[in-house]
Write a protein that binds this ligand. Structure first.
Ligand code: PAF
Length: 260
């Protein structure tokens, strides 16, 4: 029954307007919304930022209360992963597209395992995921389909700052001068998408974006055009296409993607 529908917004806290867009969209789909706050240690590599990941649970709780969220689930690590914990989800398909998985080999196993736990526990009708983490969105969509989970994954468009930078909790790491440069990532991707629409070869458009970003001092992990549905390499001009990129500015890694 419509009135009994529920939606979950899984988060790692350090909430920003992007998360609030997920909550707003959740309320559009269901009258009752639960938000989880859990910095999932299993999705961080050894050399990644688990220790310094921004945490501000008190402020997050206030923001969520103001947004009208009905329930906050903020488990401890030992509740999620007791000492005898022994199961992970094994992935293929979009999780092996050679994008984030190439640079963060354990990331999607950690994400899929925690998302499976959260969705099974919450038994919600909908789970909200932002398009900013596009490969993650595809991985969890495949996860619920393959494991016959009853929750529908609901994608939510990326929320951007006024200068185009995609909102992310990790933007807080940027120094003032890095923050000034950071919007060049979305600018390069939007330009690549525009060039592709005008008929420029996809690899050439991606190579131009890479060159520009390197010129600005970004270290580029990847800039590619992929099939927007499967993340496979593009074979024909009629496929839905998305440009995806990951770059580093100092110690901060930024990802973004835009549709063609
Ligand atoms: O996108 C995130 O914030 C996390 O990867 C998620 C989905 C909450 C799982 O820990």
């Amino acid at each position: 029954m419509e009135g009994h529908k529920t939606a979950i917004v899984p988060t790692m806290g350090a909430l920003h307007r992007g998360h609030l867009a997920l909550v707003a969209e959740a309320f559009r789909l269901a009258p009752r919304v639960v938000t989880s706050i859990f910095v999932n240690p299993r999705q961080f590599g050894r050399s990644e930022d688990l220790g310094r990941y921004p945490r501000n649970e008190a402020a997050d709780r206030e923001v969520l209360a103001q947004a009208g969220v009905n329930l906050i689930f903020a488990p401890t690590s030992s509740l999620m992963y007791p000492p005898e914990f022994a199961t992970t989800v094994s992935l293929a398909g979009p999780a092996k597209a050679g994008l984030e998985d190439k640079f963060r080999p354990d990331f999607f196993t950690g994400v899929a395992t925690v998302v499976a736990k959260l969705l099974i526990a919450a038994e919600c009708n909908f789970a909200m995921f932002g398009e900013k983490d596009y490969q993650q969105l595809k991985v969890v969509t495949q996860l619920v389909r393959d494991l016959n989970m009853a929750t529908e994954i609901a994608p939510v468009p990326t929320v951007r700052e006024a200068d185009g930078l995609a909102m992310s909790s990790r933007n807080a790491y940027l120094t003032a001068s890095q923050r000034k440069k950071a919007p060049e990532l979305s600018i390069a991707l939007f330009e690549a998408a525009k060039a592709a629409r005008l008929g420029v070869n996809l690899d050439r458009a991606a190579a131009t974006a890479r060159r520009k970003l390197e010129g600005y001092g970004f270290r580029v992990d990847y800039v590619v055009a992929r099939n927007a549905a499967t993340l496979a390499k593009v074979k024909s001009a009629t496929e839905p296409i998305r440009f995806l990129a990951a770059v580093r500015l100092g110690r901060t890694r930024l990802i973004d993607n835009v549709p063609v």
